[in-house]
Ligand binder design. Structure first.
Ligand code: CP3
Length: 356
C-alpha cells in the first residue's frame, strides 16, 4: 500500500507532536487540528471503498479499516488520525444484535428493556478474540502513520441508549425510563458497559493507540442532577481505571454545555465541546484541562467566508492558551466538500498560537 506519504511530517517533527503536546497543554508551534468523522461519506474514495459493503463488515477487516483511516490524511495535513471503526463494534461482538443502517445509525432488533434482557449480553470483553481485528488495524496503522493515532469507544450511557431504545432516539425516553424506574438494572447495565469500555480502551492503547476518546454523544440529554447520579460515577470509574496509561483521554459529548464541569471531574485530560457554547465560555467551565472543538459542522456547508469567520472566531476565543485542539463540534456532515476541510486545516495551521 502506498501509504508512507500519508502525511508530510516525520516522527519527532513539530507536526507529528503537536496534537499530543496540546492534549498535555504544552506549547505548540501551530494549533493541531483533526475532525471527528474525518474518514467518512463526504470523501468519494470512502464511498467507493464502502460500495456494497456493510459498515460493520468494513470495521472487521483490518486492511479496509487501515485504508479508510488513511484516506483523509492523504488529502490534508491533519495532526491526528482516528481509527476507522464504530462505537457499536464491541457490543456487537458481545451479542447485542446490532446492525448499522445507512442514513439511520445503529439498530438493535431486540432492545434491552429489563433485567432479564441483560442475560442476552455477554458481560466481559476478551479483546484479542472479540475485537482482534481492531487491535490488528491499530498495529498496522502505527507502522504507516507519522501523526498520532486516536483510539475510541462509546460511553456506557450512549451505548445503552442504542441498546435500550433499539435505535437512534430524539428523547431517549426508554433509556431514562429504565434509569429512573429500575435503577438496579440500570446500574448493572452501566457496570457491564463500563467494564467493556475500559477493557476495550486499554487493549487499544496496548496495541498502539496514542490517545483515547470516549464518545458520550447523547449524554447531553440528561440534566446535571441525573448526570451526577446515574452517569458521572460510571465515567469516573472508567477514567480512573485508565489513568495509569500514558495517553491523553478525551471526553466528548453533544449538547453538554451544562455538564462540562462534571465531564472534566470525571477525569479526562481533554474535554470535547460542541458549538453551542462559545469556546472561551466552555473553557471557563472546563477549567483545568485541554479543550477540543468547536466549529459548527454545518458551517462547513456555508460559503467560505462564513467558514473562515467562524473558524477565526473559535481560534480567537482560544486566545493562544495552551491546550486547544481544533475540531468540529460534532462529526463532519456527509454533504461537506472535502476542499472545505482542506482549506480549514490550512487556516488553522496559518494561525500561530501559544508558540512561546
Ligand atoms: O471519526 C472517524 O472518522 C472514525 C470513525 C467513526 C465512525 N463512527 C464511523 C462511521 C467514529 C468515531 C464513530 C463513532 C460513532 N458511531 C458515534 C460517536 C460519534 C458521534 O457521531 O456522536 C456514534 C453516535 C455512532 C453511531 C453511528 N454509526 C451513527 C449515528 C452513524 C451514522 C448513521 C448515518 O448513516 O448517518 C453510524 C454509521 C457510521 N459510523 C458512519 C461512519 C463513517 C456513516 C455511515 C457509513 O459510512 O455507512
Amino acid at each position: 500500500m502506498a501509504v508512507l506519504s500519508a502525511t508530510s511530517s516525520s516522527p519527532g517533527s513539530p507536526a507529528a507532536d503537536r496534537f499530543l503536546r496540546a492534549c498535555r497543554r504544552e506549547a505548540v508551534d501551530r494549533t493541531p487540528v483533526w475532525f471527528m468523522r474525518q474518514a467518512g461519506r463526504y470523501l468519494p474514495e470512502y464511498r467507493a471503498l464502502r460500495e456494497g459493503k456493510d459498515i460493520l463488515e468494513a470495521c472487521r477487516s483490518p486492511e479496509l479499516a487501515v485504508e479508510i483511516t488513511l484516506q483523509p490524511l492523504r488529502r490534508m495535513p491533519l495532526d491526528a488520525a482516528i481509527l476507522f471503526s464504530d462505537i457499536m463494534v464491541p457490543v456487537a461482538a458481545l451479542g447485542a444484535g446490532v446492525r448499522i443502517v445507512d442514513g439511520v445509525g445503529p439498530v438493535v432488533d431486540e432492545p434491552l428493556r429489563g433485567e432479564a434482557d441483560l442475560r442476552r449480553l455477554r458481560d466481559r470483553l476478551e479483546p484479542e478474540t472479540d475485537v482482534g481485528f481492531v487491535l490488528e488495524a491499530i498495529r498496522l496503522l502505527r507502522k504507516e502513520l507519522t501523526v498520532p493515532l486516536i483510539g475510541f469507544a462509546g460511553a456506557p450511557f450512549t451505548i445503552a441508549s442504542y441498546l435500550v431504545e433499539g435505535g437512534p432516539s430524539r428523547n431517549h425516553e426508554r433509556t431514562k425510563g429504565l434509569m429512573w424506574s429500575e435503577p438496579e438494572t440500570w446500574n448493572r447495565l452501566m457496570e457491564i458497559l463500563a467494564g467493556v469500555t475500559s477493557t476495550y480502551l486499554r487493549a487499544q492503547a496496548d496495541a498502539g493507540a496514542q490517545a483515547l476518546q470516549i464518545f458520550d454523544s447523547w449524554a447531553g440529554a440528561l440534566d446535571p442532577e441525573d448526570y451526577a447520579r446515574f452517569v458521572l460515577p460510571v465515567m469516573h470509574g472508567i477514567f480512573g481505571s485508565l489513568s495509569d496509561l500514558d495517553v491523553p483521554l478525551i471526553h466528548f459529548g453533544v449538547g453538554t454545555g451544562e455538564l462540562l464541569p462534571q465531564m472534566r471531574d470525571a477525569g479526562a485530560t481533554v474535554v470535547g465541546v460542541d458549538w453551542r457554547v462559545p469556546l472561551d465560555v466552555a473553557w471557563d467551565r472546563v477549567g483545568d484541562a485541554a479543550v477540543q472543538g468547536n466549529l459548527d459542522p454545518a458551517a462547513c456547508l456555508a460559503p467560505w467566508d462564513v467558514v473562515e469567520r467562524k473558524a477565526a472566531g473559535v481560534l480567537r476565543r482560544a486566545d493562544g492558551r495552551r491546550g486547544h485542539v481544533f475540531n468540529l463540534g460534532h462529526g463532519v456532515l456527509p454533504q461537506t466538500a472535502p476542499e472545505t476541510l482542506q482549506r480549514l486545516v490550512d487556516l488553522v495551521h496559518a494561525e500561530v498560537e501559544g508558540a512561546t
